[in-house]
Design a binder for this molecule. Structure first.
Ligand SMILES: Nc1ncnc2c1ncn2[C@@H]1O[C@H](COP(=O)(O)OP(=O)(O)OP(=O)(O)O)[C@@H](O)[C@H]1O
Ligand SMILES: [Zn+2]
Length: 360
């Protein structure tokens, strides 16, 4: 009944074990991009160092074209909006998760990378470094564009916080759970987003660092991780309960133990509440069943109640237990955004989520 009730609110939980663990978690780790934020960054600034804006944007977009990263998608969209001709890429592109993407165009190798990992390609001088810090202080994510070993420009992007992110964080704290944001983005930008959401943050984490962070928390107490599967699928799999955003990748939906179909991050707290209610309900039922049975065992053995009455009472207990379990179907999440509850398990993009077949 707990699983069915969750499904009605767009909370999909893959089976009883995950439902049970959710009630015990002490920490919830959130990915930033696409989880606490909308995951639809927009290009805000293009700073050319060599050539003009179009040169930087077109080359960056060329190597990002095959990339599934939200930053890459934003760069390609911006180049298309400006009607730029993207140079041809020869021999495909190479992505280093959490760091960069690289490809070869006719004039040489182009790399789009985080400032932290740009140093592997080119040295950032003081002017570039200052410009990066200034943009990051505005809450933007900056990527560097290099051609060969030369920095040719910077692209700044901004992603908006989800409307229910701070409510999600507050609700978890009220349940005695510690929320923390794990991100591959730089600390300046991440700190701005984290402050707005009211959450503590660990930034500049590579996918392996996210995994290590999860294992660290998990060694202390059960932890849930909420992510979209881009550079965090291993962390989702390693946490006690992995929760995928409904808009996330197929990998996320497959590795996760649960999913938030309506992309409401407040759903994590609702899952915990539902789990706790279910666990209490199960213990009530066990106590009820055993209690009634022992009363009638004693009384019928000692001849106080006739056998037929004991049998009838046994059936009655089953009815009571079932009725108590069915109360869970009346479960309503406490958070305010319930107006947008949809009674179906269809994704926002219209496709059926893969895990829907597994609802008990
Ligand atoms: N395809 C790419 N194009 C440009 N930069 C990239 C790309 N992939 C990774 N990066 C750089 O590496 C950084 C970390 O990437 P990662 O995907 O781990 O984190 P994120 O998506 O920014 O944030 P989060 O970890 O919260 O999802 C990015 O902020 C960006 O600077
Ligand atoms: Zn991410």
């Amino acid at each position: 009944s707990g699983l069915a009730s969750g499904a009605r609110y767009g909370l999909l939980i893959k089976g009883g074990a995950a439902l049970e663990t959710l009630g015990k978690i002490r920490t919830v780790a959130f990915d930033k991009t696409g989880t606490l934020t909308m995951g639809q960054p927009q290009v805000t600034d293009v700073v050319p160092v060599e050539g003009d804006v179009a040169n930087v944007l077109a080359k960056a977009a060329a190597v990002e074209r095959g990339s599934s990263h939200p930053l890459g998608a934003a760069i390609v969209k911006e180049a298309e909006l400006r009607g730029l001709d993207m140079p041809r890429v020869f021999g495909g592109t190479v992505a280093a998760p959490g760091k960069s993407v690289m490809g070869r165009i006719s004039s040489g190798f182009v790399t789009v990378a985080s400032p932290l990992h740009a140093a592997e390609q080119a040295l950032l001088d003081d002017t570039a470094q200052e410009r990066i810090s200034a943009l990051e202080d505005e809450g933007k994510t900056v990527v560097t564009v290099c051609e060969g070993k030369r920095l040719i420009g910077l692209i700044a992007l901004r992603d908006e916080l989800r409307a229910d992110a701070s409510e999600a964080v507050r609700t978890l704290r009220a349940l005695g759970i510690r929320p923390v944001m794990l991100t591959g983005d730089n600390l300046r930008c991440a700190q701005g987003i984290a402050d707005a959401a009211g959450i503590e943050v660990r930034a500049s984490l590579l996918p392996d660092d996210k995994l290590a962070a999860i294992s660290g928390y998990k060694a202390e107490a059960p932890i849930a991780m909420v992510g979209d599967g881009i550079n965090d699928a291993p962390a989702l799999a390693a946490s006690s309960v992995g929760v995928a955003m409904g808009s996330g990748t197929d990998v996320a939906l497959e590795t996760a133990d649960a999913a938030l179909l309506k992309n409401r991050v407040t759903g994590v707290a609702e899952m915990v509440t539902l789990s706790r209610a279910t666990i209490i309900n199960i213990w009530q039922n066990i106590a009820l069943a055993l209690g009634l049975k022992s009363v009638f065992l004693v009384t019928s053995l000692s001849g106080i109640t006739p056998l037929w009455m004991a049998i009838l009472a046994d059936t009655g207990a089953t009815v009571l237990v079932t009725a108590n379990a069915l109360r869970l179907l009346r479960f309503k999440p406490q958070t305010q955004e319930n107006a947008i509850i949809v009674h179906s398990s269809i994704n926002a993009n219209g496709s059926r989520p893969k895990i829907s077949s597994q609802i008990a």
